[in-house]
Design a binder for this molecule. Sequence first.
Ligand SMILES: Cc1ncc(COP(=O)(O)O)c(C=O)c1O
Ligand SMILES: N[C@@H](CCCC[NH3+])C(=O)O
Length: 432
Amino acid sequence: MFISDCLGLSDAGHLTIGGADTLMLAEKYGTPLYVMDEDNIRENCRLYKKSIDKYYDGRGLVTYASKAFCCKEICRVAADEGLGLDVVSAGELYTARQADFPMEKIFFHGNNKTIEELSMALSYGVGRIVVDNLTELEILNTLARSLNRKANVFFRIKPGIDAHTHDFVRTGQIDSKFGLALETGEALAAVKEAISFENICLKGIHCHIGSQIFDIEPFEHAAQVMLGFIAQVKTETGYEIEELNLGGGFGIKYITEHDPVEYDRYMQRVAVTVDDTCKELGIRRPFIVIEPGRSIAGPAGITLYTVGAVKEIPHVRTYVSIDGGMTDNPRYALYHSEYECLVASRAGEPREKTVTIAGKCCESGDLIGEGMRIQEVKPGDVVAVLATGAYNYSMSSNYNRIPKPAIVFVKGGKDRLVVKRETLEDVIRNDL
Ligand SMILES: Cc1ncc(COP(=O)(O)O)c(C=O)c1O
Ligand SMILES: N[C@@H](CCCC[NH3+])C(=O)O
């Protein structure tokens, strides 16, 4: 009935998440409120993990891309499910460490890691540092030498794949700020330099072709290109790269029309491609890493808002103003992303109205969506925006000095606060 399995309807006709009544949650914790179903997050983690066990003899690691949604509790959940973690900043790394995440299962990404971040990664004992460019490689070698260590690194490669997704979330093509190009020889030169460095141990190569991708072909194609590079490195240097990270990017259902592939089908298909290509190229099957973010956290989350004014402009549109907006969900403002919404108290009724959901910021573009179908809606109603578990909280801001919402996890019908709502004092805490 709803776009996520974790959503349901109570006997009273209220929207439920993970078995908990959303009106009760709104009443108990206030709005805006992010709510995540922990069981759904865990199920998504398991689907990916099992797919590697089933189709690739367990010779791989699923790392959760924490940029999608990062707080200590999800790090604990990912660790408990046996996943690794992808971090891209000192902040994400620090969060993981404070959650006691096993450092050896962390991949540290980023196109411009600072010297402080690289030192932090080395001193924390982060498992793999994904090096983006030669400047970074040289700094890392120097830092590792000063600590009398060897840094275990991956290289981020641009495989030249054009995944069909929004321009801002495409990353695998040559015109990208991320990674080293294959066509120009840049990647091969970097590999040769890494092999020659005393304090660098080249473990693998990484690519990430984009996000919210529905097709499997681009992933298969990326695997072939990357394996081709491993074979080229072997031929030219004799060095055999043993690990291959194929990134994340698996699409989710934001609206009824979206039809994402079952997550374990990616591994099923990619594993065959990897096997066949390795045989063809005469190289060993690498250890495979994947980095899903959106598809682990996204479907598990919703955001609850309280409706303020409903402004009907005859023959133009109806604005439904909510107590949050682009500060907690900037995705419509950035990408015109699509969402579904419901009036939580009438969630089972047909959505017969067409409205624009507007936030409370001093910004006309502060919208959650336009042309959204919803039930009869009036001031005071609680509205749920669905599938907001990824890239909402993690991309939230304090624009207009609006405090960030709280986050509640629900498990088996029981709710618990995992991130407190910001207060006005929090908003000014660094002001002198
Ligand atoms: C390097 C890298 N890995 C993993 C991800 C996670 O992608 P997604 O959330 O689409 O699965 C991203 C973000 O797109 C990324 O840049
Ligand atoms: N932030 C984007 C995805 C970017 C993924 C990070 N490389 C989104 O909300 O869809």
